[in-house]
Design a protein around this ligand. Structure first.
Ligand code: PLP
Ligand code: COI
Length: 356
């Protein structure tokens, strides 16, 4: 860190920690005692504050609400057995944050502000980081436009905020997924590579329809022909086909996942050939039929490594092997957990220690 950020801290008068049930956490429902807030005006970031978590007053005319000038990030903090707290690869999220900002005509946030806001907030609320297997503190940085003005133009003022809250596993079971051949998440020239709020709102109807059909997730395909696999819900889709790790190459329509990069790095180190390219639905279905598709999962911060149990396509359901028997994703989960919870050496420098 080059400079220390001047953050005004106002602590809560009454912590909610005691009344929080850490054994029954539902993703996104529980928030820690504090949150971070900063304002952008007159071409600069200012008013760096940590305040008690709670409601904020806003004009009903802000363009974030009307035109979707809003985006977010997602990352996690982990508690080690010795009490240390680390955040996983925040520098990667800081870079992606600014890619999203650029796509939505929103201001860049210096990487030091991103990392330091998170580090200071998580350190203050470190008692909220669960010390339990498969549990962590979810970190949600986000930015939105605040000009009280209905013109369809980029706002001049913005807020950057960070919310944090303890979470358990996002998916509690092996996933039954469907290959989506009608709806689209992102198109070439669109903003699929950004974590724009609107991408997620647009995915809700297809997600709900898939759930009504009994599926846990859907696999997005390309907008033009629906012949190529893109992503899996809010995670990158990864497959072990014929001994090779294959996943969609990053482009306009694909979010460049931090977990995706982590998995690719580990796979290469383990000597597994990795192919980042266009992945056709046909080869995945063929692999599922022939047994050459030995592993399939969604990789993401919330999802972690979410195993796919079956893939449905055009009314046919193809079943994969029992996830417990899958060598690759089991090793991945073990290694990722080991690094994140500080049980195996972090040789890549992925853990950013916020509390010693
Ligand atoms: N793809 C989408 C659309 C997502 O929302 C996410 C979740 O953040 C990912 C992929 C995985 O990215 P990461 O591993 O950085 O969480
Ligand atoms: C994340 O993994 O952080 C995500 O963004 C998924 C989220 C939309 C629940």
């Amino acid at each position: 860190m080059t400079e220390t950020l001047d953050i005004t801290v106002t602590k809560t008068k009454k912590s909610r920690l005691e009344e929080t049930d850490f054994n029954n956490l539902i993703f996104g429902h529980t928030f820690a005692d504090h949150m971070f807030v900063a304002d952008y005006a007159d071409g600069e970031w200012k008013n760096f504050q940590i305040v008690p978590y709670g409601e904020i007053g806003l004009s009903p005319a802000i363009s974030a609400l009307h035109y979707g000038q809003a985006f977010f990030e997602g990352l996690k903090a982990y508690k080690h057995a010795d009490g240390k707290v680390s955040v996983f690869r925040p520098d990667k999220n800081a870079k992606r944050f600014n890619k999203s900002a650029a796509r939505l005509c929103m201001p860049q946030l210096p990487e030091e502000i991103f990392v330091q806001s998170i580090a200071t907030l998580v350190d203050l609320d470190q008692a909220w980081v669960p010390a339990k297997a498969n549990h962590s503190l979810y970190i949600r940085p986000f930015m939105f436009a605040t000009d009280p003005y209905l013109g369809v133009n980029p706002s001049h003022t913005y807020k950057y905020m960070v919310l944090i809250g303890p979470v358990g596993p996002y998916f509690s079971k092996t996933l039954r997924v469907k290959i989506e051949t009608h709806f689209t998440r992102a198109a070439e020239g669109g903003m699929g590579y950004a974590k724009a709020a609107g991408n997620y709102g647009g995915a809700m109807l297809p997600g709900r329809k898939a759930a009504e059909e009994g599926f846990d997730q859907l696999i997005w395909t390309d907008a033009k022909e629906h012949l190529y696999v893109e992503e899996m819900g809010a995670a990158n889709a990864m497959f072990l086909l014929d001994g090779k790790l294959i996943t969609a190459s990053t482009r306009d329509t694909i979010l460049e996942g931090v977990t995706r990069d982590t998995v690719i790095t580990l796979a290469k180190e383990w000597g597994i050939p990795v192919e980042e390219r266009r992945v056709s639905v046909a080869e995945i279905i063929e692999g599922a039929k022939s047994g050459k598709l030995t592993d399939a999962f969604g990789a993401g911060t919330a999802a972690t490594i979410a195993s796919v149990g079956s893939i449905s396509y055009q009314g046919e359901e193809y079943f994969l092997s029992d996830p417990k028997e899958r060598e690759f994703s089991q090793k991945l989960l073990k290694t990722l957990d080991g690094i994140r919870y500080g049980n195996i050496p972090d040789t890549h420098g992925w853990n950013y220690i916020v509390h010693e």
